[in-house]
Design a protein. Structure first.
Length: 139
């Protein structure tokens, strides 16, 4: 069995962002040479997420509104976590909702997606460098 590991780095200009990282993960798969196996893609920061869904701008706007209703950034004093001097209590909750990681089957050298599926990096406390781990195992 082969194993491949790579870190992808992202820095967003805004506090929140959804970035389609499917092409980067596909490039990792090609680089790995693995034809059958599994790809794990996970955010390495507790205020960021990796998830699978459709690459449709309206859906991304819906996510933004929905997440803000569930865990609004303001007022920052509503979060116990922010008493540590942070202002990102909401980002931790948004990450919990959207998830830390995805696992994708690899079949015949390709990510084995359903219709419309794409991999996204979700940023909830941006404006600094953060990383995503891509770990691929198989033959």
């Amino acid at each position: 069995m082969k194993s491949y590991r790579k870190e992808l780095w992202f820095s967003t200009a805004k506090r929140h962002a959804f970035i389609n990282i499917t092409r980067e993960v596909e490039a990792c798969l090609q680089e790995s040479g693995i034809r059958e196996g599994l790809a794990l893609v996970n955010a390495m920061h507790i205020t960021a997420s990796v998830f699978i869904n459709d690459d449709e701008p309206g859906l991304h706007q819906d996510y933004e509104k929905w997440l803000e209703r569930l865990a609004p950034h303001e007022p920052t004093a509503q979060y116990q976590h922010n008493r540590t001097g942070e202002d990102n209590g909401d980002a931790h909750l948004k990450r919990q909702i959207m998830g830390r990681e995805v696992m994708v089957a690899i079949t015949e050298g390709r990510l084995d997606f359903g219709p419309w599926e794409q991999i996204f990096y979700g940023e909830f406390d941006g404006r600094r460098k953060k990383r995503v781990l891509v770990k691929i195992i198989g033959e």
